[in-house]
Design a protein around this ligand. Structure first.
Ligand code: WTA
Length: 664
């Protein structure tokens, strides 16, 4: 853990305002107050009941939780089911085939309406095509696609045949894609020629070609047999004969009849890579029965979903966990009708999202604080130009939502009527853990408030003792939960070390938190070397490694500095190698060196990791044991007076940095 990042309480408001649900909302709520005491009285029967209520099992389970191999949990382990069948086929079988599953809005304005019956035909064809391409149960498939219906179909088709998908966000670079394909030893990559972004086609296939290009240091080209390519933009693509296959040809020619493969509840459903405190991304893997149970249960209750009447829209990309649990699995298992939008919020104009809400009569909106703060910046006259009266529940996820943004969201978007659910969870937790329930909880701006029924969370001090109300500490989860990660792909030891060693027997989430006077939980951000930029997790170490892999850079330290819109922004401090020191004049903002290093990070990781600011410095502040003191760098990056420097090996370093900054 970083030396520098104790949770601080000084930035907290003490919040007096609360917003109980209206009587009308409460009366129609899916969940009732007794759900908390029911779950608390018998947690395991509660989850067993949810697993039976939410899912169809081809073999019913008799065991609920096996924790004998802790921290690797086994939930509902003797049951069998298929995730795709639960998300698609059973709705058709129950006579709901005509219900719209996906309302797709492409960035250029093209639209598609896909019913559950359509989806069943599509996933069946895709599943047949994957099997024809040699993909079997347990094989890994990398998915690198824009936000188009085929992305959801591809995930479900994998699940249908028991293959394990590993979705890689389309904004990641070829390099990032390659390392993820390698780590999972994927045998198939599903991609597209491109997608639309800010009004233009943006190519994807070249990154796949680059990732798979033969080379000695990696074996991606060894494991990958085929690349299945969706035609989205029609742009020209390079083609590797024998390897590359068009989706519309392979899937188009396949039969629309397919029997889902029944798997054990603990069969892996997917791997999703996320940033940790070291340079190498972690392949978080989730299994089938427990994951689906909690994704569906939370989606139904946290958003108070009425599948017959609601139109749900989660703005996350499928490249993130939110897109897995709250675009693909939770909503479809619940038989919801949902909007999928391909593009950016300001294409072709800054009212695009509100236009979509108005057009489809969206009733539940789930998005990130960074988006809300961006809309605040653009001005409330923009949403005011649209009819948002259909909205009845608003969700927030990915980072702490500051009370100002919360209040704006409630007033301007929610018409002072729609409850806001601030949902805390992680890639590792698989589904929402801490959140209000909109028909029960009196919500409080800025606080995620309480663990959901069935979930056990605490805020503890250094000694793992729960802190009293009014105090801060570390957020931990004290009991296993159904959608918990089952490990880090291929690295069981790292799983134990990362999450279970800081407080033995407790899952340490990496977040600081506080309990207020009412016992409500406030999330205070990461206490490790993970940054949160626009709700995306980035590792300081990973960006540092990318920077030092550039020939000009001798050393680099990266910090997340507070940013009004993106929550945090990447600020990099770099020391140039001696032979490049004469280029120091070019390092100012916009200078060639900064531009070159930014481009390098983009190539190594992707544009989301690109530093906002690059500062060239003569030295980095280090402790006597050689640890970089990021706290001091953060002071510099946030223009604060530099804090206590007494533990520095060389106390003059901060002076040198300040002097150096003055000159660049
Ligand atoms: C942060 C995203 C405050 C937190 C679902 C966590 C939040 C990390 C919230 C996980 C929230 C997520 N309030 N912080 N409501 N939701 N976080 O894996 O630091 O991309 O550890 O999962 O995001 O990010 P991840």
């Amino acid at each position: 853990m970083s030396d520098s990042t104790q949770p601080t309480l000084d930035n907290l408001l003490s919040e007096e305002r609360t917003f109980p649900p209206s009587a009308e909302f409460a009366a129609r709520s899916n969940a009732h107050a007794e759900i908390y005491s029911w779950a608390a009285s018998d947690r395991l029967s509660f989850w067993a009941e949810q697993a039976r209520a939410m899912l169809d099992w081809s073999t019913p389970f008799t065991q609920v939780l096996d924790w004998s191999d802790a921290p690797v949990a086994r939930w509902f382990a003797d049951g069998r089911l298929n995730a795709c069948e639960n998300a698609v086929d059973r709705h058709v079988a129950a006579g709901r085939g005509d219900r719209v599953a996906l309302l797709f809005e492409g960035e250029p304005g093209d639209t598609r309406e896909i019913t559950y019956a359509d989806l069943q035909r599509e996933v069946s064809k895709a599943a047949n095509a994957l099997q024809t391409l040699g993909v079997g149960t347990g094989d890994r498939v990398a998915i690198y696609l824009p936000m188009i219906p085929e992305a959801v179909v591809a995930m479900l088709a994998c699940a249908r045949i028991g293959a394990v998908h590993s979705v890689v966000f389309g904004g990641f670079s070829a390099e990032a894609l390659r390392s993820r394909i390698d780590d999972a030893e994927a045998s198939l990559v599903i991609t597209a020629d491109g997608g639309y972004r800010r009004g233009n086609p943006s190519a994807l296939k070249p990154a796949v070609d680059e990732a798979l290009a033969p080379g000695d240091e990696h074996d991606a080209c060894r494991t990958v047999q085929h690349v299945l390519v969706v035609r989205r933009t029609g742009q020209a693509v390079d083609w590797v004969e024998g390897r590359d296959v068009w989706w519309h040809e392979a899937v188009g020619a396949a039969s629309d009849q397919h029997t889902p493969v029944q798997v054990e509840a603990e069969h892996p459903l997917f791997i999703l890579y996320t940033s940790g405190t070291t340079g190498k991304p972690k392949g978080i893997f989730h299994t089938t029965g427990g994951y689906l149970t909690q994704a569906a249960y939370t989606h139904l209750n946290v958003f108070d979903l009425k599948p017959e009447t609601d139109v749900y829209w989660c703005t996350a990309d499928i490249g993130w966990i939110t897109g897995h649990s709250y675009v693909t699995y939770g909503p479809l298992v619940n038989g919801a009708t949902q909007v999928i939008y391909e593009g950016t919020p300001d294409t072709p104009h800054q009212g695009r999202w509100w236009d979509i809400v108005q057009k489809y009569r969206v009733s539940i909106l789930y998005t990130a604080p960074t988006a809300i703060r961006t809309f605040m910046k653009w001005g409330e006259q923009i949403p005011a130009g649209y009819d948002l009266s259909s909205l009845r529940v608003l969700g927030s996820v990915g980072e702490p939502i500051n009370p100002e943004a919360w209040m704006w969201y409630r007033r301007v978007i929610g018409g002072d009527r729609a409850p806001i659910v601030d949902t805390w969870w992680q890639t590792e937790t698989g589904a929402i853990m801490i959140s209000p329930l909109p028909g029960i909880t009196a919500t409080k701006p800025g606080s995620a408030q309480a663990p959901l029924p069935g979930i056990s969370a605490e805020v503890v001090d250094e000694m793992a003792e729960p802190v009293p109300n009014g105090s801060g500490g570390y957020l931990v989860l004290t009991e296993p939960w159904p959608s918990m990660l089952r490990g880090i792909w291929g690295d069981p030891q790292r799983f134990r070390d990362t999450y279970w060693s800081r407080f033995p027997g407790l899952y340490f989430a990496g977040d600081g938190a506080k309990k207020d006077a009412d016992g409500d939980i406030w999330l205070l951000g990461r206490v490790d070397d993970v940054m949160n930029v626009s709700g995306h997790r980035l590792s300081t170490t990973e960006i540092e490694s990318a920077l030092v892999s550039h020939p000009m850079v001798a050393e680099a330290a990266v910090v997340g500095a507070a940013d009004q819109t993106t929550g945090q922004a990447v600020v990099a401090f770099v020391i140039l190698r001696a032979e490049f020191r004469d280029r120091i004049d070019e390092v100012g903002e916009g200078g060639d060196v900064a531009a070159e290093l930014r481009a390098h990070v983009t190539k190594e990781i992707g544009p989301i990791a690109k530093p906002r600011t690059i500062l060239v410095v003569p030295e980095l502040p280090k402790t006597r044991s050689g640890k970089i003191m990021r706290r001091l760098l953060r002071d510099v990056a946030e223009h604060r007076t530099v804090g206590d420097v007494t533990t520095l090996a060389d106390s003059s370093v901060m002076g040198q940095i300040a002097a150096g900054l003055g000159s660049s």
